[in-house]
Design a protein around this ligand. Structure first.
Ligand code: NAG
Ligand code: NAG
Length: 464
């Protein structure tokens, strides 16, 4: 490792140690026993600080990993790990279970291909790839996926299981012909930095994603919908992806369709606007569709860990956007997992799943193409009158038309979003749900755009 990199890592480490030190000093000073404060409150306060420290540590590790990965790339020409022959691990090739694997190692999924691939752009075959591990509650997710599925042959459900958990496997297999199970074959331990042990889960997830996407795309599908085992879906989940599929294929400035709205909480969305869709520079994930072309682009450099943060980096995103709905078409019900439960309790729990069925395939969604959308959206935003946060919160805005709240600095952005209950974080400088820096939400019965200056110059990577 070059000295400069070593120095960088050392500098980050020192920074972290210092932050932790400050937090503990602060706690020490503030936990004055004479103060009239209940023990519970104190515990809660400490917990919050511990979570904060853990988050900082998480960020630190991610940065180290990034540096190490860059280092690795520049110093070695090591290829991807050897391709594991997965085909024998395909457990219940649902519609093809009758044919045993051929001696040449090809398997059921091939016949799958012949049977399913030849959809056209108006009636594409889009497999739903469900990522599972050891959560038995995957049944809730599968029940939804089967219940709302308009056609089994158009949306084959493929569950990819990591972890080899027996009970979960039995549960998945009980779906018989309705679900195809594939198993991530590489259960070897992953070597990580000693201090990084608690982030091992993120390595496993990344390995699992890489393997499963590769395995399913290899069958020749044009696109895949990706779902995790803790998601509920809305009744028009499939209709949403079908309706937006042609735009994803056509508009090269798009790279995903997502069913998720990070600010999709009751009180921040317009419940009457179930047909409303947006472009988003922020990659939302959580029920999303990607194309074969994108996978071919990402596969050779798929990361060892933290794939979702990685995919949001400018090198991967390349200024492409996703489509996302005003009303969420997915909701997560699970709180046990690698990411912490606190985030669920504070936020995810309040995400409102859309209940209406919107016929997206019958709608004219041309407005979502960049060439039309940008003018339309930016005009709407910058023609709306500016109001202050205070006016908005105190109900002093006279009009019911859309209004704009301006922000210029990261601190302003943080303060405003915290005060309104919006997500306040950034990934690679992009605020959640933002398009051209603009976050659109609903507040007290009116549309509000939280927007930077009209001459905005792009995202600032240092905003985090
Ligand atoms: C498969 O799905 C169909 C239709 O929803 C249902 O009637 C059937 O019971 C399911 N089969 C299994 C084994 O779950
Ligand atoms: C669909 O919408 C676009 C612009 O949003 C418009 O130019 C086009 O004429 C519409 N197509 C139909 C069939 O209405």
């Amino acid at each position: 490792m070059r000295p400069r990199k070593t120095f960088l890592i050392a500098a980050i480490l020192v920074g972290w140690i210092f932050t932790t030190y400050l937090i503990f000093i602060k706690n020490f000073k503030e936990s004055n026993p004479q103060r009239d404060q209940s023990i519970l409150q104190k515990v809660h306060y400490l917990e919050q600080n511990i979570h904060f420290a853990e988050e900082s540590r998480g960020r630190l590790y991610r940065e180290i990993i990034n540096i190490l990965q860059k280092e690795e790339k520049t110093t070695s020409t090591e290829a991807l790990p050897p391709v594991v022959n997965n085909v024998d691990l395909i457990e219940v090739p649902a519609p093809i279970a009758e044919t045993p694997p051929k001696p040449d190692g090809s398997s059921g999924l091939e016949k799958f291909q012949q049977k399913y691939i030849n959809g056209d752009v108006n009636s594409p075959i889009i497999p739903v790839l469900v990522f599972a591990c050891n959560r038995l509650s995957v049944n809730k997710c599968l029940d939804d996926l089967i219940r709302y599925r308009p056609r089994a042959d158009q949306f084959p459900i493929i569950v990819s299981q990591d972890c080899d958990d027996e009970a979960t496997r039995t549960m998945i297999l009980s779906y018989k012909e309705n679900v195809t199970l594939i198993r991530q074959p590489d259960q070897s331990d992953i070597t990580v930095l000693p201090k990084e042990k608690k982030y091992k889960g993120y390595y496993k997830i990344s390995r699992h994603y890489g393997w499963a996407l590769k395995t399913v795309f290899k069958q020749g599908f044009e696109s895949i919908i990706i779902v995790e085992d803790d998601l509920s879906i809305a009744p028009d989940f499939y209709e949403y992806f079908l309706g937006t599929y042609p735009i994803l294929k056509k508009d090269q400035s798009l790279w995903c369709i997502s069913a998720w709205n990070d600010n999709g909480k009751e009180g921040l969305i317009d419940g009457a606007a179930s047909e409303l869709l947006y472009r988003s520079d922020f990659f939302p994930g959580l029920g999303w569709m990607m194309t074969k072309e994108l996978w071919e682009e990402l596969e050779p450099k798929w990361p060892k860990a933290f794939w979702d943060d990685w995919i949001r980096q400018p090198e991967q995103r390349k200024e492409r956007a996703c489509i996302r709905p005003e009303l969420p078409r997915t909701r997560t019900f699970g709180k046990v997992g690698v990411s912490n439960g606190l985030f669920f309790d504070k936020h995810l729990k309040y995400i409102k799943l859309s209940e209406e069925f919107v016929s997206f395939t019958k709608m004219n969604l041309t407005y979502l193409h960049k060439s039309i959308y940008d003018d339309m959206f930016l005009n709407a935003v910058y023609q709306s009158p500016v109001v202050t946060l205070d006016e908005l919160k105190r109900g002093l805005v006279k009009t019911t038309d859309p209004v704009r709240v301006a922000y210029l600095t990261k601190e302003q952005y943080k303060r405003i979003t915290k005060s309104l209950g919006l997500m306040d974080d950034f990934k690679s400088g992009v605020p959640r749900t933002a398009y051209h820096g603009i976050v659109s939400f609903f507040y007290n019965g009116r549309r509000v755009y939280l927007a930077p200056n009209v001459n905005w110059k792009g995202y600032d990577l240092t905003w985090s």
